[in-house]
Design a protein. Sequence first.
Length: 474
Amino acid sequence: MFEYAPAPESRSVVDIAGSYGLFIDGAFDGGKDGNVFKTVNPATEEVLAEVAAAGPEDVDRAVAAARRAFGPWSALPGAERAKYLFRIARIIQERSRELAVLESLDNGKPIKESRDVDLPLVAAHFFYYAGWADKLAYAGFGPDPRPIGVAGQVIPWNFPLLMLAWKIAPALATGNTVVLKPAETTPLSALFFADVCRQAELPPGVVNIVTGAGDTGAYLVQHPDVNKVAFTGSTEVGREIARAVSGTAKRLTLELGGKAANIVFDDAPIDQAVEGIVNGIFFNQGHVCCAGSRLLVQESVADELLVSLKRRMATLRVGDPLDKNTDIGAINSAAQLTRITELSEIGASEGAERWSPECTLPDRGFWFAPTIFTGVTQAHRIAREEIFGPVLSVLTFRTPEEAVAKANNTPYGLSAGIWTEKGSRILAVADKLRAGVVWANTFNKFDPASPFGGYKESGYGREGGRHGLEAYLA
Ligand code: NAP
Ligand code: MG
């Protein structure tokens, strides 16, 4: 294997302040009660900034600002709203290097992902929904579709800016106003986005950002003047939110976890499938709700495939997220590392065989080597629970029927993958999989025009595409 020289992206393209306030009514200010929290770089444990923690009064102020802005914003012709969204998209493109470095610093993801995947998709979402803003009457939701009102949006830490884009772009295109809470461990890109809104001269109050922990999210979703709640995160918190919202007039969409099956048939091109498996589970350290975390491989090719997979895994470079050669960055937080470590230990103690390539992990920060488990059965916890880390469970099957039955044997239903040479088999199997997105001979492909969302405990509602407008229309 080649030794690569270090190829670090420059940190100097981003200027992180020592402290940040909340973004309410077009301006930054400290929280009413002065509470703050720190956000760290998970690759070094260095504190990046201190951020205001919004309390109930702050959430009240943000919701009130969004309510005041709603009348004039929703009254604008769609073509006028589109101009703001196009402007935001273009500013994101202009500032994409800065935002990519910021995202990698706060989240731990490799720069090649934030630079080549996250940021281009963030801009693409704003461009895409800008295009819808003046065509809502032709979207199939009646001749005069109306916005809902104030949207309270809560997002997770795995794709901080991309999840923000998925939430904010369709909300604004349809004429809603927004109060968004980013995750506690990754607040910075949302605060930089607030600055993008100012640069785009978005009217004050249309977008408000309230940083804080879970209780800030809870105030927001329970706020009586919020009309629409959109959440992405764990199934557990999703359930809590569904309970809190039930019996109110609020509209709700939930984007929760997954335990996707990536199914490899015996006629699949092995090398291509191995790339797809690696991308499916090691992309973004496996912190992906639609990750291909259960590999189902046809028994007759399992040995051959595992040899190739292990050889490929041994070439993955784990380390400094800002190095352009890095494939796997840092685990987002100490808490997430503990969860991954615990579930992996349970996998081994339940009898599955654990394997990782040799790799040296940095001494500071939160790290987990890419790991596979073979000999996994459907009863194992690592085959049932979302690990949300770089850990793959490998199961085998003999017939397509068995593959489908095993793939669907999960409380989740967000995504799945099929690897085969036969188009007819792709269609036949995809039709039987209970998953919102099914990829064929590829994995983890995203496009703003394509709806995304789950079945069962993976949540309900769709984001992206024309379908994504529906969640924001009355
Ligand atoms: P989480 O607790 O569901 O967090 C998601 C968001 O909800 C965060 O902004 C969080 O704030 C906020 N939140 C927490 N409690 C809340 C409450 N009671 N009411 C309203 N908002 C609340 O997820 P997590 O703790 O970051 O991750 C735990 C597990 O969730 C992971 O191991 C993974 O399995 C799953 N997960 C799934 C996705 C996905 O995309 N589907 C994303 C992330 C995590 P704080 O960040 O401040 O706690
Ligand atoms: Mg952080």
